[in-house]
Design a protein around this ligand. Structure first.
Ligand code: F3S
Length: 407
């Protein structure tokens, strides 16, 4: 892999041991994946923040690093809300360790904004190279915004933050962003059903790049839930949606004409010219999606905001409450900056008894494990809550979740 003189001097340790270590991580990954060079990134988002996941070994590693972030960098959700950890039932030792982790990152110039929706802080632009970690954020940035990022691990995202570089491989390269499988859903689906669709399709496509042929036009939030669940139940880091996402036209120029002609003469699949619909196809029936909705047993926690809620979603929850106070424990997880920007909505939700939680979520915080059954409106949470919190999960629409909360 080609390195500039400056990159080489960092690699050789001339700019100190931390940057050397960071450069070694980037170069090692670049070598494994056949990168030709390093490229600058516009931002980084770093996983490996919750004390629940990184423990003392991770904390010591971060504390041993020196330097300052070269690009804007934020963190993934941690294990607790920094303001209300006691009310969440987090014990003091965990809270102290968690604070130490955040301070160690802050010392490196990384913003203590712990969110899986960093695109609400600053939206990457089409074609921007970034180095993000959290799987749903990666999927959203690549698919909905047309930015370019691989699914970074915590250390490699931190390396990108401190050096401002990443290795040029994988989804940074246009040729690797073509769809590999066509997914067709004939009937219209809505809201939380997009999360259920991702849950169903993820295992079928693995780490492929699906292009969806859908009825109707999904909203940004519906796309967010689709991507989050695709990434959780499969390893999808990029998807396209016909007539919707910015790279829907992406296709290899040499294959364009051939594919179009072959597909056009084959069967009743509509093949609009300029799109590339891979011959490898999956058809999903709305009933397969809808049967994931609902479930048996009464939930004792209603948890919304996975991925962290948007302003639109906060409005939707407030409207569904329709003046009623919740009777069951109800959480809405939100990024701290978005919450501050939408203070009126946050206050409105709190006035109805809803716990608005910053910095963390129902999956990464140990606080959720004291419940028996959680009702969520997210396909990703449906996938992770049982395995990571040891709690049963039921999927419902936002309205159904709020009805249950008020019952
Ligand atoms: Fe975000 Fe936690 Fe869901 S990190 S995507 S709210 S599991």
């Amino acid at each position: 892999m080609y390195l500039t003189k400056e990159e080489e001097s960092i690699y050789n340790g001339e700019k100190g041991p931390t940057l050397q270590k960071m450069m070694e991580i980037i170069v090692a990954l670049g070598d494994i994946y056949g990168a030709d060079r390093l490229i600058p990134v516009k931002s980084a988002q770093i996983a490996g923040v919750s004390y629940k996941t990184i423990g003392d070994a991770g904390l010591e590693w971060i504390q041993g690093l020196e330097g300052k972030a070269a690009v804007p960098a934020a963190l993934n959700p941690m294990g607790m809300d920094r303001d209300s950890w006691e009310e969440m039932g987090i014990d003091r030792r965990f809270a102290e360790k968690q604070e130490e982790i955040v301070r160690a990152y802050e010392r490196l110039g990384i913003k203590a904004e712990c969110t899986c929706t960093p695109y609400y802080l600053e939206r990457p632009r089409f074609g921007d190279h970034i180095a993000w970690s959290e799987s749903s954020a990666v999927c959203y940035a690549n698919s909905v915004l047309g930015a370019r990022t691989n699914r970074e691990g915590g250390p490699s995202a931190l390396a990108a933050a401190l050096t401002g570089k990443t290795a040029n491989y994988g989804l940074h390269i246009r040729e690797n962003r073509y769809p590999t499988v066509t997914v067709r859903v004939k009937e219209r689906i809505r809201g939380a059903e997009y999360g259920a669709l991702g849950y169903v399709v993820g295992p079928k496509v693995g780490d492929g790049i699906p292009i969806f042929d859908l009825k109707g036009t999904p909203t940004d939030d519906e796309l967010k839930h689709l991507g989050a669940a695709l990434a959780a139940s499969g390893s999808v880091a990029l998807f396209h949606v016909l007539h919707v996402t910015p790279e829907q036209y992406i296709l290899p120029p040499d294959r364009m004409e051939v594919e179009r002609q072959e597909l056009a003469s084959e069967d009743d699949w509509e093949v609009p010219k300029r799109y590339f619909l891979p011959r490898n196809r999956i058809e999903v029936k709305a009933e397969d999606v809808k049967k994931l909705m609902g479930g048996n047993g009464e939930p004792d926690l209603i948890a919304l905001g996975c991925p962290h809620a948007s302003e639109e979603e906060l409005k939707e929850i407030l409207a569904a409450l329709n003046g009623r106070r919740v009777k069951k424990e109800t959480w809405v997880c939100v990024g701290r900056s978005l919450g501050a920007k939408s203070q009126g909505l946050v206050d409105g939700l709190r006035a109805h008894g809803v716990r608005v939680i910053y910095d963390t979520c129902m999956v990464v915080s140990p606080a959720a494990s004291r419940f028996r059954r959680m009702m969520v409106n997210s396909g990703k949470a449906l996938k992770y809550v049982p395995s990571m919190c040891g709690v049963d999960a039921i999927l419902g629409t936002t309205e159904e979740c709020i009805e249950e909360a008020c019952r």
